[in-house]
Design a protein around this ligand. Sequence first.
Ligand SMILES: Cc1cc2nc3c(=O)[nH]c(=O)nc-3n(C[C@H](O)[C@H](O)[C@H](O)COP(=O)(O)OP(=O)(O)OC[C@H]3O[C@@H](n4cnc5c(N)ncnc54)[C@H](O)[C@@H]3O)c2cc1C
Length: 385
Amino acid sequence: MYFSEEHQLFRKSLKDFLKKEVVPHIEKWEKSGTIERFIWEKFGEMGYFGLAYPEEYGGLELDFFYTVILLEELQKINSGGFAAAIWAHTYLAMTHVNKEGSQDIKERYLVPSITGEKIGCLCVTEPFGGSDVAGMRSTAVRKEDHYILNGSKTFITNGVYCDYMVVAAKTDPVLGNKGISMFIVDKETPGVTVTKLDKLGWRASDTAEIAFDNVKIPVENLMGEEGKGFPYIMQHFSLERLLMGINAHARSEYALDYTLNYMNERKTFGKSLSTYQALRHKFADLFADMEMCRDYNYSVAYRLNKGEYVVKEATISKLKSTKIADEVAYQCLQFLGGFGYMEDYPMARLFRDSRLGPIGGGTSEILREILAKIVIDKKDYKPAT
Ligand SMILES: Cc1cc2nc3c(=O)[nH]c(=O)nc-3n(C[C@H](O)[C@H](O)[C@H](O)COP(=O)(O)OP(=O)(O)OC[C@H]3O[C@@H](n4cnc5c(N)ncnc54)[C@H](O)[C@@H]3O)c2cc1C
């Protein structure tokens, strides 16, 4: 219903590309926690970073279902970390650059982000609390033709190996969430220090704690209007949450496909696992949940593509799809028995990687609160731009 013949051809060529260029390196990147630069450049050459961005800056300006395909196929090579590195650059950092960046910023950062020459990250979360975005403590104080940035960020995807950072900081701390602004900061600017964090899953991606110590940022690197950072972040959360919902249904689909093949082949007591009613019914339930999420997510993607502000729908998408993905990961691992627990089989990594779904980009608790405000308090969220 949502995918044309062109979409399907794109899916096929992307699948072939991932199989040939990415899959052979995944084990190495999962172990080293580093994704080599050459693949970023290849993604750039193929146009994958530019799917959603204007032709003027080297993008392809395609409809949102090309992004859906990119996200789905990235999940299906089963490295949540590799996928996260790619989509955090393409849809977290670059969305801000494209929406709020000046012409000059777009030329300096969006163009090389599309070609894969520059990698970006988005720095919102702080060690003092990620859920309470308005409570952030980093500050950027204006001094003549520059700002002085101080503070720290944590859990930042691509924070170690990136070239630039999109950073939220308070330009007017007294104003609370109305005093937050967004800046572009080159990683090599004096006063920026990054520390790589070790983590349960997403192991191919680098995750950083970042300190800013009197970092001098030129005024031209302010993104959009001063004091508008909070509404910008909230607005783009809709996209991020839908992306994470789509990722979740895609990894569920991948896990169920893999597991069904396994269950058909694995025999116990002389019969395939897929013949046991206890397992068949569990599998059928999970399959139904995955399809409900997938079709819901496609309908939200359709509305986003038409320009609707899908804050409620994206909240539901992430809340439900990540919950189902965790159940699928847990149960598919169980269907594989001891092999499910082994690193040589895909379910161990998928189980680890999936666990971030209900945490990153707004926890399930925070999403429930947003939904409660919309549904019970009738709060009407409006886009910033
Ligand atoms: C691997 C990884 C990659 C990430 N990448 C990025 C990135 O690229 N950029 C970025 O900015 N951030 C990133 N994050 C941060 C992520 O978005 C935050 O971890 C998340 O928003 C939660 O914030 P917190 O970890 O500080 O938890 P806290 O805010 O401390 O919350 C702790 C717990 O309390 C619950 N809680 C908090 N407040 C309430 C409340 N009012 N009601 C009910 N429950 C509540 C939360 O749901 C959670 O369960 C990443 C995190 C991880 C782990």
